[in-house]
Design a protein around this ligand. Structure first.
Ligand SMILES: Cc1cc2nc3c(=O)[nH]c(=O)nc-3n(C[C@H](O)[C@H](O)[C@H](O)COP(=O)(O)O)c2cc1C
Length: 382
């Protein structure tokens, strides 16, 4: 049974299958505005049969961008270009999702291919891109060679909570049907909930309740601005993979609390907290984070999405079939092959005649297939 192609309902939203496009930053926005590259990049996955297509990390405020090229949704004029993308994704029968983000102390970073180090004089000289002051729960920098971020005051914290809510309202206006909050990989909310990064002694730090407070406030703020029938995902780093850090039991407790404030799906990634800690060692391999999603799903009784090193149709299907997760998110394999989902349907014998493809593609491929079979060039499609 290819459960990977079973529909999945969240509130008033139905995904036609369990394959989601994992957020993938393209670092090519200008002042946060989406452009034709984002349209082409995301449209390919909608044409390629994915159940939901999530945009890359989209900053809720300019200071919350990781790089100068990040997408943003901090002003109303940014709605139109994103709306065009959301609209096309929906026309292709996929759910349009957007990932909302604040990079916290990880802001003002160079693009991956420029070194993933803080923005510096070279960026000013070559691209007129200037550094800005990042903010975090404390003044501890992301890395040894990074400038100290500004320690956030109460006003900064309340502004961020409002920024997420306002961006959610704009996401709704743009026509998105699902929001994912980026709360993993060392971004702001992860910085607050991980004990490795948050040493505040006010109500936003200290014990577990204090450290998860910002995540809960952000989720609540979004729910106040986001229709009840639309879906809310939360991407967490389910473990820091470091002794004394955030662990899987913490994630279960966080997931239970997030569920109470209206979060529907926990997207379970891991790692990335940074700081002066040893680089964590974790067991990379096919679907290596699925066990994290499994525990959160079972112990917190909430839907989960599994991400990381999923590229094989059978593996993706088994993650769902074994009850480890309700959804899979795929990133790099979709860059390699945006039609991965449609090929997976063939491999899992869900579609034997290209009928799941858009007719403008599928009709021709089916015709060619029949000719090839007649000529003895193919036994069967898979
Ligand atoms: C080009 C690229 C950009 C990424 N940008 C984001 C992002 O904006 N937000 C995010 O949560 N993860 C981001 N990631 C991580 C992916 O969403 C995913 O978690 C990771 O690549 C593991 O999945 P994979 O093995 O299927 O690639 C990015 C990954 C890639 C390859």
């Amino acid at each position: 049974m290819a459960v990977l192609f079973d529909p999945f309902q969240i509130r008033g939203i139905t995904l036609k299958n369990r394959v989601c496009v994992s957020p993938m930053s393209q670092y090519c926005a200008q002042n946060g505005y989406a452009n034709d590259w984002h349209f082409a990049h995301l449209s390919r996955f909608a044409l390629g049969g994915c159940g939901a297509v999530f945009t890359e990390a989209t900053a809720v405020t300019p200071a919350g961008r990781r790089t100068h090229g990040d997408l943003g949704l901090w002003e109303d004029d940014q709605i139109e270009a994103l709306g065009r993308i959301a609209n096309f994704i929906k026309q292709q029968g996929a759910v349009a999702g957007i990932q909302l983000a604040h990079a916290g102390r990880k802001a003002s970073e160079r693009r991956p291919w420029h070194g993933e180090t803080p923005v510096n004089d070279e960026d000013i000289g070559q691209r007129n891109e200037h550094p800005w002051v990042a903010m975090g729960p404390t003044g501890e920098p992301y890395g040894a060679s990074w400038p100290a971020p500004k320690e956030m005051g109460q006003d900064d914290i309340y502004s961020v909570i409002e920024d997420f809510g306002a961006a959610a309202a704009r996401a709704d206006a743009a026509g998105f049907e699902a929001i994912e909050v980026y709360a993993g990989h060392g971004f702001l909310l992860h910085q607050f909930y991980s004990p490795l990064c948050n040493s505040r002694d006010d109500c936003w730090g200290g014990d577990f309740a204090g450290r998860i407070k910002l995540s809960l406030e952000v989720a609540s703020s979004i729910r106040r601005h986001w229709p009840q029938d639309k879906a809310l995902f939360f991407r967490i780093s389910a473990t820091d993979w470091i002794d004394g850090g955030w662990d899987l039991d913490d994630s279960v407790r966080l997931a239970k609390a997030l569920k109470e404030v209206g979060v529907d799906v926990i997207d379970c990634s891991s790692g990335g907290i940074g700081g002066p800690h040893p680089v964590p060692r974790f067991p990379v391999g096919p679907a290596f984070q699925a066990e994290l999603a499994e525990k959160v799903r079972r112990d917190a009784a909430i839907a989960t999405m599994s991400v990381g090193f999923i590229w094989d149709a059978e593996v993706a299907n088994s993650v769902i079939e074994s009850g480890k997760a309700d959804l899979v998110a795929i990133a790099r394999e979709l860059l390699s092959n945006p039609n991965w989902t449609l090929h997976a349907a063939a491999e899992l014998a869900v579609d034997n005649d290209y009928s799941m493809w858009r007719p403008a593609f599928g009709w021709w491929l089916n015709k060619r297939e029949r000719i090839m079979k007649k000529l003895g060039l193919r036994d069967n499609r898979s």
